[in-house]
Ligand binder design. Structure first.
Ligand SMILES: [Zn+2]
Length: 138
């Protein structure tokens, strides 16, 4: 692709705050962030948006979408200081927190979504990182 537009516009980034910790269908997610379902399928899923597939179709985990969106957007912006390894941003406390015993909640070919709980407010925090190579037996 020669002319790569940012995948999310500023107004859509603001709408990320509406996303809940639940599974969305592409249609529901499209409605929340006010894009067409086609944008979800052709643009976001094609660009590596984490999702799961079952007999009923495609499901997108809300926080995984938000983490992915921010990671994607950050590619299009000037680099800002990244959070140190092992930390995440608590959306409720609005501070960086140390991730304690983070679990990989979702992984695709490119990224992993790490999840743990904020030590202050106990809410779930998510952090996306580049997929770690699987440990191979020697
Ligand atoms: Zn918190």
């Amino acid at each position: 692709m020669k002319h790569r537009q940012p995948l999310l516009k500023h107004t859509q980034i603001i709408r990320l705050g509406r996303i809940l910790d639940m599974l969305y269908t592409p249609k529901e997610l499209a409605r929340e962030i006010e894009v067409t379902p086609d944008t979800i399928y052709r643009s976001y899923l094609a660009a590596g948006l984490p999702h799961v597939r079952d007999r009923k179709g495609i499901w997108i985990h809300g926080p995984a979408f938000v983490s992915w969106a921010k990671l994607t957007i950050s590619k299009h912006r000037r680099k800002r200081a990244p959070l140190p390894e092992g930390t995440a941003w608590c959306m409720r406390c609005n501070v960086p927190i140390a991730m304690e015993a983070p679990q990989v909640k979702y992984a695709n070919r490119y990224i992993e979504i790490m999840q743990s709980h904020c030590p202050h407010c106990k809410c779930l925090v998510n952090r996306a990182r580049a997929k770690q190579p699987a440990a191979r037996p020697q």
